[in-house]
Design a protein around this ligand. Structure first.
Ligand code: KE4
Length: 444
């Protein structure tokens, strides 16, 4: 059984102590704190291609890719040169600029969305899209699905409350806040159903569809680990439109990740609105929402739904997004290559887990993949409740074994990993070698 090498984490450790003295939990986003996997979060000093280098000089094959944006690999020359070029003209104007027009033209052409509005994060994108849906329909309620994450706007930080469906009085079953600070009144306007449960969605729409402004969903889930929609669920999602409810596909993670037209193009979806983030900014802060002109024209200053942002359309961020999407458009074969690499990764992980006698269930679509630590057939984890059966302690042990061998996996069982154009045979072989040893470590 291989011994687990130990990297020095002295500088990351010292930085973490300093960070905790001035930032909540020592991080600017919770998942980075390694709470669910333990150990010292690595403070990253630089990134290049498929690799991260931490403050102690340790190098890792990176499967986070900044949680999705780095589909071309880190520090891609086209992106670096575009941002450097934009930098020479200033960093922010607070006024319209040509680059935001160019990126809007590119996004609408690639996705078929008729109008788009840029914001600075995925959270802003989904929050704005839901306000727009409420303004357009004049309705109050929204529907989301358990295990789907759409950012941290108050009305989206909710769990399925008791009585998911209409209760005896006919009132809709309210969700419960899943975060402190979210008033019950906010949560009460969000209904939570199970992902991949078409019957529940049809039943709710049949009884109260006329009260529901929007149904928002991850077209391929990344935030419960990867969950892949069934054709029946996708069909039920599109039926919500029969009730005048808007269908919102949250493509913050899947947009430009699964195809040049995201999950919408790959799965043939017909949403009324879509949200983007991550890749659309090429690693700089960009979010966007868009879709039917008839709906988007309700957004201020053209319409009555207010939404604004100091750094929306920031020229540096627009330059990074333009360079990224132009590179993706110039390499249409890249998506097949990413899928092929990720399929080989899945096969190798399956073989390594079997050799070590560790039960896993792998979900993969394109360059998104999750190894669920549970004894179930690959592809059978379809709902959040299935994912929740995973052995998170075993996952944490495997994660640490991978990290100690130079592979930076997602630091949570309930996340997707992301491969990039910079991952090649050398990275695949090194990853699978580390995984085989890390799986052995799980058993001991
Ligand atoms: P941001 O506000 O973090 O840019 O986007 C929120 C968001 C919205 N919709 C989907 C489908 C998302 O995946 C996200 C953010 N994803 C997480 C990863 N699970 C970001 C990582 C983090 O929170 O630090």
């Amino acid at each position: 059984m291989s011994s687990t090498p130990s990297f020095s984490t002295s500088r990351s450790g010292a930085l973490f102590e300093r960070a905790k003295a001035v930032m909540p939990g020592g991080v600017n986003s919770p998942v980075r704190a390694f709470r669910s996997v333990g150990g010292v979060p690595r403070f990253i000093a630089s990134a290049q291609g498929a690799y991260l280098t931490d403050a102690d000089g340790q190098r890792y094959i990176d499967y986070i890719g900044s949680w999705g944006p780095m589909i071309l690999g880190h520090d891609h020359p086209a992106v670096r040169e575009a941002v450097a070029g934009a930098l020479g003209s200033g960093t922010s104007f607070g006024a319209p600029n040509e680059r935001e027009v160019e990126l809007a033209e590119l996004v609408t052409r690639l996705t078929g969305a008729e109008r788009v509005r840029f914001v600075s994060s995925g959270t802003e994108a989904t929050m704005s899209a839901l306000r727009l849906a409420r303004g357009f329909t004049g309705r109050k309620y929204i529907v989301k699905f358990r295990g789907n994450y759409h950012g941290h706007a108050d009305g989206l930080l909710v769990e399925a409350g008791s009585g998911l469906m209409t209760n005896a009085e006919g009132a809709l079953g309210a969700a419960a806040p899943s975060s402190a600070g979210v008033p019950e009144e906010y949560a009460a306007l969000t209904l939570v159903l199970d992902y991949n449960d078409p019957a529940a969605l049809d039943a709710l729409m049949g009884s109260r569809g006329q009260d529901i402004a929007a149904v928002i969903f991850e077209p391929v889930v990344g935030n419960a680990g990867v969950l892949i929609p069934t054709p029946e669920f996708l069909a039920a999602l599109h039926r919500v439109r029969d009730h005048g409810t808007l269908l919102i596909a949250d493509e913050v993670m899947t947009g430009f990740r699964l195809s040049l037209n995201g999950a919408t193009g790959l799965l043939g979806l017909r949403p009324d609105l879509r949200c983007w983030g991550k890749i659309i900014g090429g690693g700089l802060p960009v979010g966007a929402y868009g879709g039917r002109a008839e709906v988007m024209e309700f957004v201020s200053p053209q319409g009555p739904v207010y939404q604004a942002g100091t750094l929306s359309g920031n020229p540096l961020a627009m330059a990074a997004g333009l360079a990224t999407l132009r590179e993706l458009e110039a390499r249409p074969g890249l998506y097949a290559e990413l899928g092929e690499y990720t399929a080989r990764l899945a096969t190798g992980l399956r073989e390594a887990a079997e050799a070590a006698g560790v039960p896993v269930s792998i979900n993969r679509l394109g360059s998104m993949l999750t190894v669920f630590f549970q004894d179930a057939p690959d592809g059978s984890v379809a709902r959040y409740a299935d994912a929740a059966r995973s052995d998170t302690a075993a996952f944490a042990a495997w994660f640490q074994g991978m990290l100690a061998r130079g592979v930076y996996w997602a630091p949570s069982q309930f996340e997707s990993i992301f491969t990039s154009a910079a991952h090649g045979d050398a990275e695949l072989n090194a990853t699978l070698q580390a995984a085989a040893q890390a799986f052995q470590g799980v058993q001991s």
